[in-house]
Ligand binder design. Sequence first.
Ligand code: E4E
Ligand code: ZN
Length: 370
Amino acid sequence: MQFKILKKDGFARNAIIETKRGIINTPVFMPVGTNGTVKAMTPEEIREIGYEIILSNTYHLYLRPGHEIIKKLGGIHKFINWHGPILTDSGGFQIYSLASLRKITPQGVEFRSHIDGSLHFITPEKAIEIQLALGSDIMMVLDECVPYPAEKEYVKKSLKLTEDWAKRCKDYFEKHRNDQALFGIIQGGIYEELRQKAMEGIVKIDFDGYALGGLSVGEPKEDMYRVIKNIAHLMPEEKPRYLMGVGDLMDVLHAVEHGIDMFDCVIPTRNARNGTLFTSQGRISIKRSEFKEDNSPLDPDCDCYTCRNYTKAFLRHLYMCREILSMRLNTIHNLYFYCRFFEKMREAIAEGRFQDFKKQWIPVLEKNFS
Ligand SMILES: CO[C@@H]1O[C@H](CNc2nc3cc4c(=O)[nH]c(N)nc4cc3[nH]2)[C@@H](O)[C@H]1O
Ligand SMILES: [Zn+2]
């Protein structure tokens, strides 16, 4: 995997990540395809909107249908019919946020599946073995995603475990190395000095890219912003920087300003299914009665399939009827909006006007009619 910086504008930067399955232009947004599908979308529609990489989850695919089955059937790209780059999260978050009866031991983590309650034990080596079997282009180490709030002492202890696991992931990967990439994850809660220490330890192990974990887990925004401001630009400059689980476009602006390159979040897809839509006039909730007879397109400045062919009145009607088409048309628009936002942000960085771009968008992103 190659990472080439094209243009810097302060700490913000445009870069390309070259993988064997294609080029990724950063700053990049990765739509979430937890079970191997970006909900309600076909892979062709995701590609047509302009996405270059999607995220999938090791935890879910391991539990169902199972990584051996996917491997036997030709790997994840063939299985889900997406032939561009795929990043798989290791399960480090899903085990804590979804599974039950978790027991974290120095060897690995024991948990019960949220699907059928079956008992599982995942070690760092197992987490890499699963991702190797899936064949994802970018793999994540198994980490402990420290919940919020967490005492400083707990975070400190957890960092030791996460660093030990990162080393074991790297060692296992080196023994079974192929052309997949492996990213390290920096934890440390909301404590800068612990974040700094974690970063030194993880960077020493040497990875293809580095993620900030343990954020967007319910902590106050100002804490997340402070950690990003103090740590992001100190992460290795010549490697991709990935902020996991973010985000809200206001948070994206802050993170890009401090040097973050990669993002993933359920917001555009999950909110679409709940009728919350992002437009150039601000965020709206399509179920509002004011749209009952509104014959105008969802967003006059958007040329996505939804905005070119349907009215707010019809989108509201579909939502009120809980029609499947509502989920599809809303998701098409929100993903299109996110993709164009990132495209315009890269153009702004290329022309050295990121700060103007940020100033222009903050008032729009603050407008909320949901
Ligand atoms: C704002 O949306 C909610 O919050 C989640 C996104 N927030 C988030 N924080 C994360 C942290 C980690 C981490 O520390 N380690 C690993 N391995 N993966 C992670 C994945 C993460 N995703 C969405 O799922 C949604 O529920
Ligand atoms: Zn649209």
